[in-house]
Write a protein that binds this ligand. Structure first.
Ligand code: ARG
Length: 434
């Protein structure tokens, strides 16, 4: 007999098997701890409804826990001969326990098995991403606080517009990350219901203790409708990458700003030399490759999301197409996490040329202040605007710090609401755990 769960003793084409299994064994290696954890909960649930005897439950749980340890120690490694992780788990149980191992799959399908493993993996990955976004935002807040009164030009259309501050720029990125973190956490909540028990997508003729299994796995509840659970595959993954995209889109803008501000032309900011690469031919070059790849990481996540969106154009029920959702999901999450985790190091290493930034707050940057001042003195704003416009060439140097101090509505350069922002960046409550 082959190791295939669906082997009926008939011949199967090897090329077809290779084509359909693809790299699933590699991707499933990462799902293995989650699949094993869900298998323990499933087995205990079968025990509670009397489908497995207490001794069988104990033997299976013990063996599964051993496999968890083996997987963590690198001793339970999937190979191309394993069609997928689910097959490898059952085969390992049969090797250890014989017929008792052959009972583990009672009342479940690989369809709900992969669904629950994916949800557990995604919840963990999203918790990691939320935490990374939090640390990145806090690092930005720290520098923003120190540089709250460091003037720099504020730009619109990449043209100098009004006096701004380094603090405003960096805390804007931090607030963007706080929003993205909220999105990540909301997406985690979307995944907070257990699909285990959906079986092939239509339930099963057993009174499964789905609620008990869900609670053991740390889910808030059960995803009731089994076909809806099945249909969530792929759609939820698009939502997960949507949240990852949000984080990366904020960082892409920050990376773009840094690319601009570190040019020899702007020369406002320098990166830590340890974070720069060199050129193979131009001896003088120090290049901001890190920042450029941070900018590109959003494209990786977006590409993965597009791949998923294209894959999930399917009718109800399981389709093998769904197997191909795993690679883009993991690629996108890995990319977002790697990018976000580098941000604190990048921010800590920024070297500011404060004098150069101040010099770039040229007289025309004060034109708006001047028009507002006239309006406050009673000149109708449109009239004040025209008067200043006609004299722009004659505007003298302004006081950038005074201009910043005068912007006092909460969050504005003169009153950065960093405490409120830090309040949004409290650590999230500890995980529910079964
Ligand atoms: N590797 C498969 C996947 O990721 C597992 C589910 C297989 N189910 C099936 N009915 N062939 O989708």
């Amino acid at each position: 007999m082959s190791g295939r769960l669906w082997d009926k003793g008939e011949g199967v084409d090897r090329a077809m098997l290779r084509y359909t299994a693809r790299d699933d064994w590699q991707l499933d290696q990462r799902l293995l701890p989650h699949d094993l954890r869900a298998s323990v909960a499933h087995v205990r649930g079968l025990g509670r409804i009397g489908v497995l005897l207490p001794g069988e439950v104990d033997a299976l749980v013990l063996a599964l826990e051993e496999l968890v340890r083996d997987a963590a120690a690198g001793a339970f490694v999937l190979t191309p001969d394993d069609e997928d992780g689910h097959t490898a788990i059952e085969a390992a149980l049969v090797r250890r326990l014989g017929d008792v191992g052959r009972k583990v799959h009672t009342g479940r399908s690989r369809n709900d098995q992969v669904l629950v493993a994916l949800r557990l993996y995604e919840r963990e990955a999203l918790a990691d991403l939320a935490e990374a976004a939090r640390f990145a935002a806090l690092a930005l807040c720290e520098t923003a606080e120190r540089e709250a009164m460091t003037p720099m030009p504020g730009y619109t259309h990449l043209q100098r517009a009004v006096p701004s501050s380094v603090g405003l720029w960096l805390s804007a990125v931090a607030e963007g990350l706080a929003d993205a973190r909220d999105h990540v956490q909301a997406t985690r909540n979307l995944l907070d219901r257990s699909p285990l028990g959906a079986a092939a997508g239509y339930g099963v003729n057993l009174p499964l203790d789905r609620a008990g299994v869900a609670a053991e796995l740390g889910f808030a509840g059960v995803a009731d409708n089994p076909l809806a659970s099945q249909s969530s595959r792929g759609i939820h993954e698009v939502a997960v990458l949507g949240a990852a995209w949000h984080v990366c889109a904020v960082l892409r803008r920050f990376a773009w700003d840094l690319s601009f501000f570190t040019t020899s032309e702007a020369a406002f900011v320098r990166l830590d030399p340890a974070l720069m690469t060199g050129s193979s031919i131009m001896p003088h070059k120090r290049n901001p490759d890190l920042v450029e790849l941070m900018r590109a990481s959003c494209a990786v996540v977006q590409g993965a999301s597009t791949e998923l969106q294209t894959l999930v154009a399917l009718p109800s029920g399981y389709h093998r197409d769904l197997q191909l959702t795993k690679a883009p999901l993991m690629r996108g999450l890995d990319e977002a996490l790697a990018t976000t985790r580098l941000v604190p190091r990048l921010v800590a290493g920024l070297v500011l040329d404060r004098a150069h930034m101040l010099a770039a707050v040229t007289p025309e940057c004060f034109a708006t202040d001047r028009a507002v001042d006239l309006a406050v003195a009673g000149v109708p704003f449109r009239e004040a605007y025209r008067r200043v416009a006609s004299e722009v060439g004659e505007l003298g140097a302004g006081d950038a710090r005074a201009s910043l101090r005068a912007r006092v509505s909460p969050g504005a350069p003169g009153a950065l609401a960093l405490d409120a922002l830090r309040g949004r960046l409290e650590p999230s409550p500890p995980e529910r755990r079964g």
